[in-house]
Write a protein that binds this ligand. Structure first.
Ligand code: SF4
Length: 366
């Protein structure tokens, strides 16, 4: 880059010179906002319950996937008090398939706390929201800005990308987070903080996309530093990723007529409290013989049938590969301790995580 280009970008990137950006953002939002099930219509007040529910569901999950879950939840539990009175098992069952199940437990715990400690009304400050289970700094800011119009800027992955490009932030993530947070706050106008944040979220998801951003449609394109540099896609800069080691294990699909053998995972830890088929530990470098030794103790099974291929799944910290074994036992076979039979026809009612759905589908050839 030439010295004059660098100087130009530096001038463009200076927050002091971007005073009209907040107005441009709000103007764009009024014309192009996405219609989402949890968003009120223009001019209507946002419901803190719907904002909170959507924000929890949207953590690590896309808008398309969340939409039907959100509709199911609000149809069954129309307000936070109703959710607070529900059983955690019902909430987990309804959540099944959305992943990251600790979110569902915290969701329920939060609803219970709002009902018990706040009379069913969400606190209307960032600090008050932070005291509730499952509400971290980002979610507290998002609810405060969107539901209560408090002047604060929640920075999600979309906003991080837009801001890092707008100001050509050279520092890599995650170290750049405080700087990006600071720069993002300069995009707030004197009012409508929630709309400013949602405008940036919408621009990040539909225009300033990770690949091939549609800069011609962007309301902030005139003084975007990355666009001036011509290397938008290289922002945000990222430190090289460390991925976890591949873990291996076995899943055992045991059928008794039209029933399947399952158990409940321990409350604490990965997929806590979810339903699973019996399986081995998941360990890096585990060999198949060791995994097979951990099959459920059922004298009726003389031989396990190993299914062709493996089931793969990627968790946040490690990829997993499961070998699937199948066996059938006679009617009236009792389940081993801590396990139970469930009708295959009602498996959809079980709190089954995606990795187990895959293993069952593989084992039952469905
Ligand atoms: S001009 Fe392009 S790169 Fe810059 S913020 Fe807009 S869409 Fe993103």
């Amino acid at each position: 880059m030439t010295a004059s280009a660098a100087a130009k970008i530096k001038r463009q990137a200076a927050p002091a010179e971007s005073a009209d950006r907040p107005a441009l953002l709000l103007d764009w939002y009024d014309r192009h906002r996405r219609r989402l099930p949890w968003r009120p219509l223009a001019g209507e007040r946002a419901d803190p319950y719907r904002v909170w529910l959507s924000e929890i569901m949207l953590q690590q999950t896309g808008v398309k996937t969340v939409g039907p879950y959100f509709e199911k939840f609000v149809a069954r539990w129309p307000d936070v008090a109703a959710l607070g009175r529900a059983s955690v098992d019902d909430v987990l069952r309804m959540w099944a398939g959305l992943g990251y199940y600790s979110r569902a437990r915290n969701l329920h715990a939060c609803a219970v706390a709002v009902l018990r400690d706040h009379g069913g009304i969400f606190p209307d400050t960032e600090g008050g929201l932070r005291q509730l289970p499952g509400i971290g700094p980002y979610t507290a800011k998002a609810i405060a800005a969107i539901a209560f119009d408090i002047r604060t800027m929640p920075v999600d992955g979309n906003i991080e990308r837009v801001v890092s490009r707008l100001y050509a932030v050279e520092e890599p993530l995650p170290q750049a987070k405080p700087r990006i947070q600071e720069l993002a706050a300069t995009l707030l106008g004197p009012a409508r903080a929630g709309d400013s944040a949602q405008a940036l979220m919408d621009i990040g998801s539909s225009i300033c996309t990770p690949k091939k951003p549609a800069c011609a449609l962007c309301p902030l394109n005139e003084d975007c530093a990355a666009r001036l540099l011509g290397d938008q896609e290289t922002f945000p800069r990222k430190a090289p990723k460390k991925s976890g080691d591949l873990r291996r294990g076995a899943a055992f699909i045991v059928t008794r007529g039209d029933e399947l053998l399952v158990r409940t995972r321990p409350e604490k830890g990965l997929l806590g409290g979810m339903t699973e088929v019996p399986g081995s530990e998941w360990l890096a470098g585990q060999d198949d013989k060791e995994a097979l030794k951990q099959a459920p103790a059922l004298t009726a099974i003389s031989r396990w049938h190993r299914k062709t291929g493996v089931v793969t799944h990627v968790f946040t910290h490690f990829p997993l590969e499961l070998v699937v074994y199948a066996a059938t036992v006679p009617a009236r076979t009792r389940p081993p301790d801590g396990m139970r039979w469930v009708p295959i026809a009602t498996l959809a009612d079980e709190a089954l995580p995606n990795v187990m759905r895959k293993a069952i589908a593989h084992g039952l050839d469905i």
